[in-house]
Design a protein around this ligand. Structure first.
Ligand SMILES: Nc1ncnc2c1ncn2[C@@H]1O[C@H](COP(=O)(O)OP(=O)(O)O)[C@@H](O)[C@H]1O
Ligand SMILES: [Mg+2]
Length: 322
């Protein structure tokens, strides 16, 4: 990857359609780590301004919100428009400190086996003009959180203890994180493996932004942009009803009635599957219902009935044999 630096500025008003005079630095070239632009993407103004402050002013930004609200893609889509290289790391319980920092490995050098330090993703990113995104920040193991806390300090240096090296961050290194729960831990037992973020951990982030689900009209517009076959009056009514079902699952999730919710991603694949199977109920079963706990399928079937005015056939509420 190149060691380029930002070489021009873009106007937030023009590029993100947000009412702001802010201009932010951007790279001239797109390297392989720059995410693809999603033209149908809708930017939440507050979260986007927070992220832009992160890029422009080197603020550490944590984005929180329920599953599928667009936390990770918001960061990626901002980066995509600034041509800012971007790397995502999921902090789920499997990632260890050594995965992050690096470890000694035996390699072959001139026919000889030698032990060499192979740097992990953190030292790699830290020394480059890269936006590093920690996904599922609230699921990180304590040993991993300990390392991250230190780079969140003001000077952000990373000490590789075993290596006797201190790494300084590249001036265009940026750090972001996303979390389902901030400070609340595992609400209603819904986010397994999420730790309660303590005050000291949250306090190290300069900006904490919150993302909610899109307004129904906006979500419908996104679905339509992805599945243009559904253009027209009937298609629009269909999408509106699908988005209503999704909304009911999210309310049910918040209330603790459901353990699975329908994310915008699922609504999009449901809409695509309507085209594949030619029937909204069949597509619903295959895109969402089969992912739900059997004990909750009756509730989900009722949501469908409320939004479509037709029963979901009983057989759909049972697991489908493989
Ligand atoms: N504002 C938005 N505009 C367009 N698509 C969105 C938006 N928010 C979410 N999506 C879509 O919803 C899906 C889930 O988004 P993602 O960023 O993975 O959510 P999260 O990280 O909050 O779980 C993605 O496929 C994304 O394209
Ligand atoms: Mg995410």
């Amino acid at each position: 990857m190149s060691d380029a630096c930002p070489d021009h500025a873009v106007a937030v008003r023009d590029v993100f359609g947000i009412d702001s005079d802010l201009v932010v630095p951007a790279f001239g070239e797109r390297d392989e780590h720059v995410p693809e632009i999603d033209e149908a993407y809708r930017f939440d103004p507050d979260v986007t301004l927070a992220l832009l402050a992160g890029f422009a002013r080197n603020r550490r930004v944590l984005v929180q919100g329920l599953h599928g609200t667009g936390k990770s893609t918001h960061i990626e889509q901002v980066a995509a428009r600034l041509n800012w290289p971007c790397v995502r790391v999921n902090l789920d319980g499997h990632l260890s400190r050594l995965d992050l920092v690096g470890r000694d490995a035996v390699v072959l050098r001139d026919g000889q086996q030698v032990t060499e330090f192979q740097e992990g993703i953190l030292p790699w990113a830290l020394q480059r003009p890269v936006a590093l995104i920690f996904d599922e920040y609230d699921a990180g193991r304590p040993d991993v959180m300990f390392v991250i806390q230190r780079i969140l300090e003001r000077d952000g240096k990373l000490t590789l203890l075993d290596q006797h090296r201190v790494l300084r961050p590249h001036p265009y290194f940026r750090l972001f994180a996303t979390a389902n729960t901030v400070g609340l831990g595992n609400v209603n037992g819904l986010y397994h493996g999420s730790q309660r973020l303590n005050h000291a951990q949250i306090d190290r982030w300069n900006i904490v932004a919150s993302l909610n689900y899109l307004a129904p009209e906006e979500e419908a517009a996104i679905v339509l942009a992805r599945v243009p076959e559904l253009a027209g009056k009937r298609g629009s009514e269909l999408i509106a009803a699908m988005v209503r079902v999704a909304e009911l699952t999210r309310n049910g999730f918040r209330a603790g009635d459901l353990s699975t919710l329908m994310s915008p991603r699922t609504v999009i694949s449901w809409a695509e599957n309507v085209g594949v199977f030619g029937d909204v109920a069949v597509a619903f079963r295959l895109s969402f219902l089969n992912k739900c706990d059997e004990a909750e399928r009756q509730t989900v079937a009722e949501y469908f009935q409320r939004c479509f005015g037709r029963e979901l056939a009983e057989s759909y509420q049972q697991a489908v044999p493989a």
